[in-house]
Design a protein around this ligand. Structure first.
Ligand code: FPP
Length: 241
């Protein structure tokens, strides 16, 4: 049920979940504990955003560069991802009833076969849902996404399926992981870092940004409200006046 707290909501909200490691360090805990807490925040904020009526939300969970982290950390994040998928499957009927469609943005070929099968399963079972699109960017890189779209288009042009002269913004966007979804209107990055880190590189051309010093595990519904009330006041011009 929408709480209608805001006069304007982003149609698509992107969130870079950052600061898990520092959150753990501040408490003398292993970094993996930060990710564990971060995954709880992900559930909480995802649910809250859905209740507010945000129709598309993308969480950045794991980048193509995150494989460079120690093996223990990578495997802890994959275990959290596994738990999320298992929970999504356990609650499939409930999620379908709520109209939640799950999408995974990124290169699935780099993910273990077991996880890939679960990802394909939940994507397939929720593909008719249209109330809320919950995107999880995993093994995702904005440049990699653009390159794979360019390669697919080049192959189609070579095969004669498309005329290169017809390639435009719209056609290009249809070859991205976010095909069929609007560009993010607002991107939130907590933890004091002021960069995009290869997140939705193509789609963020006209996104608004909101930064906060709060570390992701501590990010609350009130923090999201602050971002949304700031967004409400932004005057978006899309290159016009
Ligand atoms: C960035 O914080 C966070 C990540 C690279 C992982 C994000 C993962 C989760 C929130 C949990 C996974 C959830 C699912 C559902 C897969 P950082 O580790 O770079 O933090 P730091 O900058 O403080 O070190």
């Amino acid at each position: 049920m929408s709480e209608r707290k805001f006069s304007v909501l982003p149609e698509h909200l992107g969130i870079i979940m950052d600061g898990n490691g520092r959150w753990a360090k501040l408490r003398g805990l292993p970094r993996t504990e930060g990710h564990k807490q971060g995954s709880e925040t992900f559930r909480k904020i995802g649910e809250y955003a859905g209740n507010l009526g945000i129709r598309h939300i993308t969480f950045y969970a794991f980048s193509t560069e995150n494989w460079n982290r120690p093996e223990t950390e990578v495997s802890a994040i994959m275990t959290l991802f596994d738990s999320f998928l298992t929970e999504a499957i356990d609650r499939l009927d409930e999620n379908i009833e709520k109209g939640i469609r799950l999408h995974f943005l990124g290169d699935k070929s780099g993910i273990s076969q077991e996880l890939k099968e679960l990802m394909d399963f939940v994507e397939d079972r929720t593909k008719h849902c249209n109330k809320m699109h919950l995107n999880l960017a995993i093994n995702y890189g904005g440049r990699q996404e653009i390159i794979q779209a360019a390669k697919t288009l080049a192959i189609k042009a070579r095969n004669g399926t498309i005329d290169p002269a017809d390639i435009n913004d719209e056609m290009f966007a249809q070859h991205l992981y976010t095909a069929g979804q609007p560009d993010p209107d607002l991107i939130i990055r907590p933890s004091g870092e002021l960069r995009l880190s290869n997140f939705l590189t193509y789609q963020s051309a006209y996104s608004e940004f909101w930064f906060s010093d709060v570390l992701w595990p501590d990010f609350s519904e009130q923090d999201l409200d602050l971002a949304l009330s700031d967004f409400e006041k932004r005057h978006r011009r899309f290159g016009g006046i």
